[in-house]
Design a protein around this ligand. Structure first.
Ligand code: PLP
Length: 422
């Protein structure tokens, strides 16, 4: 699977040094269908990456592809800012009928710019406007995006340093189990809030991921999330759940916070909401928070109508009943069994695993081991990446629509990659 240098030369000479995935996966990808990608030399790769969570329904899902082709062929609106369009109306109605109403969620829907970080910026801005306070609490190892507001509530030192200016008005608190269970949950946070001498500016909001995807697949327990929600209510802080990576069914239920039985004040969604890998994001909030003035927050590409078309098709096809959730949980058990066996076999490498639904991580004591496993997996035809502050976690993120056989094949490849690099 060696790539001839000319095939990659334009990327190396013209494209910025900032590129990253292509360094670990030196192939020129050409086509993809379901859970498989094909490069220009005809090699196929099984996908345990799913566009970093943007392809929950696989590549070129036929249901969405049909809807998109039909829409384009009839000259449907492509670019619409926030004008009312038939495509946006169909999406809003489907979102209400398939997602919000069955869950009794009262949210209003805002369309910010089409990336995840646009939704996070909107959420932070709204929380500050509503509460009239600047400070936001985030958690250790959080990742919320690369624009300045999102970076200020992100943990990773390398990413933060890229800002080039001080990142202010964010205060990190320990995520669930950060202190290995040695300290009661929220002891430190609660103490700072009640102590007039603590120096903590009263926060407008707390932003949290229920499972930290980029931070190393750290799974918050439902009871920890409930306690956080309760703390926010008691202390007059808004609770923002960033469901950009873990929403749209990744952990089983449509929203990752459903398992905990909480209703956040603000929710951000992006990545797989369009269902097809097209840029789209949403900021959801309870109606009383909707104090925006017209155009107070906007973005040229917030009306990406082809994304609304595929999003509607995805919701109608996969979320009209509870099948998707059941299937994801069943596939998750299949992964759990394999990871149990891998970690038993390689206890000497300090291998430990964790996850929910179809997001799992295997942590290794030595970060170089995780990198070597992903590199070997690539040679064996499996796309899988690392996460965590030292990239010490091998992160499994297959499409939710992967078949049991494909999943089994990928897990066997992963087990082989671990064995061959041990
Ligand atoms: C939880 C979370 N929030 C925000 C973002 C940022 O999304 P985007 O890269 O589309 O700006 C990501 C991206 O990985 C994410 O995982």
């Amino acid at each position: 699977m060696t790539i001839t240098p000319p095939a990659l030369s334009v990327f190396e000479t013209l494209e910025s040094e900032v590129r990253s995935y292509c360094r670990n996966w030196p192939a020129v990808f050409d086509r993809a269908q379901g859970a498989r990608l094909t490069d220009e030399d005809g090699h196929t790769y099984l996908d345990f990456f799913a566009g970093a969570g943007s392809l929950n329904y696989g590549h070129n899902n036929p249901v969405m592809k049909r809807a998109l082709i039909d829409y384009i062929e009839r000259d449907g609106i492509t670019h619409g800012l926030d004008m009312a369009t038939t495509a946006k109306r169909a999406f809003l109605e489907s979102f209400q009928n398939n997602v919000l109403r069955p869950r009794d969620l009262p949210y209003k829907v805002m369309f910010p710019g089409p990336t995840g970080t646009n939704a996070v910026e909107a959420a932070l801005k709204l929380a500050r406007k509503v509460k009239g306070r600047e400070s936001i609490v985030s958690f250790t190892n959080a990742f919320h995006g690369m624009s300045l507001g999102s970076l200020a509530v992100t943990g990773n030192a390398f990413k933060r340093a890229g800002a080039g200016i001080p990142l202010v008005h964010g205060t990190p608190m320990p995520f669930d189990n950060y202190l290995d269970g040695r300290v009661p949950d929220f002891l430190w946070f609660e103490r700072l809030l009640e102590d007039q001498g603590s120096g903590l500016n009263k926060p407008a909001a707390v932003i949290v991921e229920t499972v930290q995807g980029e931070g190393g697949i750290n799974v918050a327990r439902p009871e920890w999330l409930r306690a956080l929600s309760d703390l926010c209510r008691r202390r007059d802080m808004l609770l923002i759940v960033d469901d950009i990576q873990m929403g749209c069914g990744r952990t089983g239920a449509f929203f990752s916070f459903e398992e905990a039985g909480i209703t956040p004040d603000i929710v951000t969604l992006s990545k797989s909401i369009s269902g097809y890998g097209l840029p789209m994001s949403l900021c959801l909030f309870t109606p009383e928070l909707d104090i925006w003035g017209p155009g107070e927050h906007n973005g040229t590409f917030r009306g990406n109508n082809p994304a609304f078309v595929t999003a509607t098709a995805a919701l109608d096809a996969y979320w009209a009943d509870g099948q998707m959730e059941k299937q994801t949980l069943a596939r998750g058990e299949q992964i759990e069994q394999t990871l149990l066996a891998i970690c038993d076999e390689h206890a000497g490498l300090g291998a430990r695993f964790r996850g929910r639904g179809l997001v799992w991580g295997v942590e290794f004591t030595d970060p170089a081991r995780a990198a070597a496993i992903c590199a070997r997996a690539f040679e064996l035809g499996l796309l899988i990446e690392t996460s965590g502050p030292q990239s010490e976690v091998v992160k499994l993120l297959p499409p939710l629509t992967i078949t049991p056989d494909e999943l089994d094949e990928g897990l066997r490849t992963l087990a082989r990659a671990v064995r061959e690099t041990a």
